[in-house]
Design a protein around this ligand. Structure first.
Ligand SMILES: CC(C)(COP(=O)([O-])OP(=O)([O-])OC[C@H]1O[C@@H](n2cnc3c(N)ncnc32)[C@H](O)[C@@H]1OP(=O)([O-])[O-])[C@@H](O)C(=O)NCCC(=O)NCCSC(=O)C[C@@](C)(O)CC(=O)[O-]
Length: 300
């Protein structure tokens, strides 16, 4: 299979990246500046906020203020997580261009993350998707724990395929496959994708890989070879999931970009500017960038 000439990056830094940040809640102004800087790097899809319960995820408690405060750059899609109708109404009021429901392939993770079973989660998502569609808002679907669960261990690819298919049939335009705890390896990634792509066309799938075991770039290369052309990544490798203990951030966007540039795959994103943004946000958080490429480039 030939590599694609163009690939879509979905930037996760402001949501997946910041949702699990320990300590004090990050200033809304910093989140807004991060999103504005990301859009100036040429990123066209930015997950900006999460309309979840602030009791569950305090760092996302200012989702409406964030969405209302950003400079909307033409051509950029600003998306938000919406676990239920309450979240969706908040996202609509705040002008989200796109929303996302998030389920998982593991029962235990679903329970810990959104306080219900897989089948209850799908029942809960149905009216969210219906209402979003009535407002002409596209809905993305996440499936977490696609290559392993912090509570149940190995994930059966058939289960990933089944949940992905359900979300597609319910109206999600794209399914993002989350290796939430980063335990995947390239062979596992290919096997998982093989099972899922029998149920969901590959052009409707995205890879959302965390780098906890340092495998994310290798796993991405493996799935790009199979035809994946949408990648979720987080500037400076920010993040982790509050309901997956020890999970580190998404693969760093800078590192993905460097690899894609080397493969001759166009994304329209400026690597140097992105690395600077990564250095800026990690300085705000009091640490160094988690992107090897950004550290190597060294621009501050
Ligand atoms: C889903 C719920 C809300 C269920 O939580 P629940 O407690 O079962 O909900 P509830 O309907 O019983 O409501 C309880 C309280 O929450 C409030 N509430 C209810 N809904 C909302 C809302 N939307 N916004 C604001 N508040 C809300 C509601 O108003 C009520 O407030 P109270 O009466 O007690 O004061 C909760 O479990 C939750 O918020 N979970 C979010 C967990 C989360 O954000 N996890 C991280 C994102 S997933 C992820 O990172 C993985 C991903 C996507 O990146 C892919 C990967 O890496 O694998």
């Amino acid at each position: 299979m030939a590599f694609p000439t163009h690939l879509r990056l979905f930037e996760m830094g402001a949501r997946d990246g910041l949702q699990n940040e320990p300590g004090a809640v990050i200033d809304t102004a910093i989140k807004i500046e991060l999103i504005n800087r990301l859009s100036e790097c040429g990123l066209r899809h930015i997950e900006a906020a999460s309309f979840v319960s602030p009791k569950w995820v305090p760092q996302m408690g200012d989702a409406a203020a964030v969405m209302n405060g950003i400079n909307r750059k033409a051509g950029v899609t600003y998306s938000a997580l919406t676990p239920n109708l309450q979240g969706l109404e908040g996202a609509i009021a705040a002008g989200a261009d796109e929303v996302a429901v998030f389920g998982a392939a593991s029962e235990a993770f679903t329970q810990k993350n959104i306080n219900c079973s897989i089948s209850e989660s799908l029942e809960r998502f149905a009216p969210v998707i219906e209402r979003a569609q009535a407002c002409n808002i596209r809905v993305r679907g996440y499936v977490s724990t696609v290559m392993g669960c912090p509570y149940e261990g190995e994930t059966d690819p058939a289960q990933v395929a089944a949940v992905s298919r359900e979300l597609l049939d319910m109206g999600c335009y794209e399914i993002s496959l989350g290796d939430t705890i980063g335990t995947g390896t390239p062979l596992k990634a290919k096997q998982m994708l093989e099972a899922v792509s029998k149920q969901v066309p590959i052009e409707k799938l995205a890879a959302h890989f965390h780098d906890t075991y340092g495998q994310a770039l290798a796993n991405l290369y493996a799935v790009i070879e199979e035809g994946i052309a949408v990648i979720d990544a987080s500037v400076a490798g920010l993040g982790g999931c509050p309901y997956a203990k020890g999970a580190s951030g998404n693969v760093a966007t800078e590192d993905v970009l460097y690899m894609l540039n080397g493969l001759g795959i166009d994304t329209g994103v400026d690597l140097e500017k992105l690395a600077q943004t990564g250095h800026w946000i990690t300085a705000q958080l009091g640490r160094t960038s988690g992107s090897k490429v950004a550290l190597a480039i060294g621009c501050q």
